[in-house]
Design a protein around this ligand. Structure first.
Ligand code: 3EB
Length: 346
């Protein structure tokens, strides 16, 4: 599938090639895609356990979130170069020369508290990164069961933030955390998955929002450690990860009980952080946009879809998931990955 292209052809190509891509595929498409390539970093299942068509060497992790409608969806991270599987402790992943992927289940049964379980999971991730030589996480996804549930007087998301903070303080070897999403689900176990590189991604903030890592303590004893966006740059190609983005300005939730207001504010925030990212990146960012949307209620799907299409144009990949936001007043959260296509297919 990924034939090398000659140097002169490369020089005339208008757009760079990507080092990695994402595909949101149903089971039929996923089976087909996986037949075509051995360059898979990892697969995440939404509403699905590990599918039988997945080669045993391919990392897979089941998400607690399910699609907002329809059958199972697989999030497939493909790479420009073949990947080898690697397991370090509780973290299962894969890597090639440029990138690593990993996934870990948060072991609450084996821990005294959620924060201890989250800290242990993140410490395992840092062990994986040390063992594989990938110093820099560039994107995290955190999916938690019962994210806004009370646990002995402290909300589970707030306990999650304590555990993440502890591990980042001890082991994160860069001044600012990368982009992330933190969303609640209802199936199976809480989990974290991530992408990593050899050099940190460039962090970008949203001028309309207080940095999450500087949120005041009204949102919990430890702030959420993530940047609003990460720009990953390597050998002339740049990808953009926009964190989960919602109807928050400053640090406050806006448009409570107003879906249209929240969608408009969220899109305004996306526009602002994408604009800041384009200014921060000296060269072009990926022209393929993949949207992942978390919905408090699956019935919001068409409304949000029309808004995304009106703002960003048709033909963009979109994955709609039923998810609980980390503030119960938030009805919708949207993340984006912008990338280029993999090398020319002939
Ligand atoms: C917010 O802006 C919404 O805890 O990793 C978005 C993205 C949110 C990531 C996280 C939380 C996280 O605060 C919530």
């Amino acid at each position: 599938m990924l034939l090398p292209i000659s140097k002169p052809v490369r020089a005339f190509m208008a757009r760079p090639e990507s080092l990695f891509v994402v595909r949101y595929a149903d089971a039929v498409e996923a089976r087909d895609l996986l037949k075509q390539t051995d360059a898979i970093l990892g697969v995440i299942g939404f509403g699905a356990d590990r599918p039988d068509f997945l080669p045993s060497s391919c990392p897979f992790i089941a998400s607690p979130l399910a699609p907002a409608a329809g059958d199972a969806i697989f999030e497939i991270w493909g790479a420009a170069a073949p990947c080898r599987p690697v397991t370090v402790g509780s973290v299962q992943g894969a890597c090639n020369g440029d990138l690593a992927f990993g996934g870990v289940t948060i072991d609450e049964q084996g821990s005294t508290s959620l924060e201890a379980a989250v800290e242990a999971a993140y410490l395992d991730i840092f062990d994986f990164l040390d063992a594989t030589g990938f110093a820099a996480p560039i994107r995290f996804w955190n999916y938690l069961i019962g994210i806004t549930d009370d646990d002995h007087g402290l909300e589970r998301y707030r306990r999650f933030n304590i555990g993440r903070h502890q591990a980042f303080m001890a082991r994160l070897r860069q001044p600012l955390p990368p982009a992330a999403s933190g969303v609640g689900g209802h199936h199976g176990a809480s989990m974290i998955y991530f992408l990593a590189a050899h050099e940190p991604a460039q962090p970008v903030e949203n001028p309309r929002q207080v940095s999450a890592y500087s949120y005041p303590p009204i949102y919990g004893p430890r702030s959420p450690k993530f940047s609003r966006a990460s720009i990953h740059e390597l050998r002339g190609t740049r990808a953009l990860f926009v964190s989960g983005t919602a109807s928050i300005t400053g640090h406050q939730t806006r448009h409570i009980d107003d879906l249209d207001g929240q969608i408009a504010e969220t899109i305004e925030n996306l526009r602002a952080v994408v604009g800041a990212s384009e200014r921060a990146a000296a060269v072009q960012l990926g022209d393929l946009w993949a949207f992942k949307v978390y919905l408090h209620d699956s019935r919001y799907r068409d409304t949000v879809d029309h808004a995304i299409e009106a703002e960003f144009g048709p033909g963009r990949q979109r994955l709609y998931l039923r998810g609980d936001m980390c503030r119960s007043e938030l009805l919708v959260e949207i993340e984006v990955f912008r990338h280029f296509a993999l090398g020319a297919k002939t």
